[in-house]
Ligand binder design. Structure first.
Ligand code: C5J
Length: 225
């Protein structure tokens, strides 16, 4: 039996969690974004800003699994022939090394490469759907919405990286499709502290215009973790 519905302390107000209708959606916890020596660090980013989310995600994931609730993972990346990579995305940033080129952990953001894979601490268990997404939002050009609908999901707990890019884009897409989204702030991360703060404020502003913000410990209380 899933945990009973309850109200999770959140901002801008309590989130009425219905565990049987809620999926944990973990966004892009990929080696190239999080690991020292990966593409993110190669670009000069401080990966410790993202790595602090690993332990809270690990605890939340363990509790979610123990409660028998739906877990889904996403990975940002492209087909090896790059046929799903928009030319505009390929050249954006004018960097010397871009998506599809060889980076420190294989070809950058290409499916099947080491850097594209999910970090071992949060590796998907057998049976947990993994959504390979070519964009920032997890609904764009994927079957995520269909999978969620088939399973009767109406709510999402969204975690992962980065707060202002793929997490925010996914929460906005989900909100437009009618899902209620709850974001635990310690389980999402940005390379930039000011974007972390603003990314969360944007979600909960104006009465929860895109969703709710809480902490993983509040969710753990609600699911008996
Ligand atoms: C994600 C990115 N996952 N920042 N990607 O946020 O390019």
């Amino acid at each position: 039996m899933p945990p009973k519905p309850s109200t999770v302390a959140a901002e801008p107000y309590g989130f009425d969690l219905k565990p049987a209708e809620c999926a944990l959606l973990i966004i892009d916890m990929q080696r190239d974004f999080l690991e020292p020596g990966g593409f993110g660090e190669m670009l000069g980013n401080d990966v410790s800003q993202l790595r602090r989310t690993i332990e809270p995600n690990r605890k939340l994931l363990a509790a979610w699994r123990a409660a028998g609730l739906l877990v889904m993972h996403t990975r940002e990346g492209h087909r090896p022939d790059l046929s799903d990579l928009p030319p505009a995305k390929k050249i954006r940033g004018r960097g010397k090394t871009t998506i599809g080129d060889t980076g420190p952990m294989g070809r950058i953001l290409v499916r099947g490469e080491a850097g594209h894979d999910i970090i071992p601490e949060l590796y998907p268990a057998p049976g947990e759907p993994v959504i390979d997404k070519p964009g920032k939002g997890a609904f764009h050009a994927t079957d995520l919405h269909a999978i969620l609908q088939h399973r009767g999901i109406t709510q999402l707990v969204v975690t992962g990286v980065t707060t202002e890019v793929c997490v925010n884009t996914t929460v906005r897409e989900a909100n437009d499709r009618g899902y209620d989204c709850l974001v635990p702030e310690d389980c999402v991360g940005s390379y930039f502290p000011e974007f972390q703060d603003m990314g969360l404020r944007m979600i909960k502003a104006q009465g929860g215009i895109f969703g709710w913000v809480t902490t993983s410990s509040e969710i753990l209380k609600a699911i008996g973790g």
